[in-house]
Ligand binder design. Structure first.
Ligand SMILES: CC(C)(COP(=O)(O)OP(=O)(O)OC[C@H]1O[C@@H](n2cnc3c(N)ncnc32)[C@H](O)[C@@H]1OP(=O)(O)O)[C@@H](O)C(=O)NCCC(=O)NCCS
Length: 172
């Protein structure tokens, strides 16, 4: 954990002028191992525009100075009760050169705070089994539901906000 780096990172609400930075960073990260996906600019743009147009969308941009270095994108699992009380964490990524310095967790804590204020039940996500991302999510309080459901090699993880089991809190 690098406290100085984490403190120098500013978290702001995602805005549509961030879209090109989002696309560039997303392709850099997810077209590389362990993801090895094949995203072109158009595909990423379509995905982020669709996500951002959803009701009660929440997005955050992490920046150092005026350089965006990470994003978190989420929206309710369904528009209807009770699944509208659960958020789907659709995207989370940090620039490769600056991972492991507390920025992913800082983005998540901003997001969880916003969810607590609106009394959401929890956060659900899909990630690759046995990946570094799975370990990261476990560390910040998610549990794996992998013994029940697997989707195309990916596992479902859940964080129960009502039990307040996000394990760690930072004040900076
Ligand atoms: C996964 C990701 C978002 C995590 O963000 P990050 O800024 O690198 O992680 P943080 O520094 O905030 O880590 C928070 C805690 O999780 C731990 N952690 C992070 N990655 C870990 C790993 N691979 N193994 C074990 N623990 C890990 C950290 O050690 C830290 O705990 P500590 O303070 O006790 O040391 C980031 O690494 C990333 O963008 N990865 C590539 C894209 C990706 O996989 N996104 C998720 C797709 S579902």
């Amino acid at each position: 954990m690098n406290t100085e780096t984490r403190k120098s990172v500013k978290i702001t609400t995602y805005r549509k002028e961030h879209v090109n930075l989002f696309i560039t960073l997303y392709r850099q990260i997810f077209n590389s191992p362990p993801w090895n996906e094949e995203w072109d600019e158009f595909g990423v743009e379509k995905m982020i525009l669709k996500s951002a147009s959803r009701k009660r969308f929440l997005g955050y941009t992490a920046s150092i100075g005026n350089k965006a270095i990470g994003f978190l994108i989420a929206y309710p699992l369904s528009p209807f009760f009770p699944f509208n009380r659960i958020y789907y964490l659709s995207e989370l990524f940090i620039h490769q050169n600056i991972q492991g310095r507390g920025i992913g967790e800082k983005l998540c804590l901003n997001f969880f705070t916003a969810l607590s204020i609106q009394n959401s039940s929890g956060v659900i996500l899909l990630t690759q089994k046995n990946s570094p991302a799975e370990k990261f999510y476990m560390k910040i309080g998610f549990n794996s539901l992998s013994s029940f459901i697997k989707i195309q090699g990916k596992i479902i993880m859940y964080l129960n906000l009502q039990n307040n089991n996000a394990k760690r809190t930072y004040y900076d």
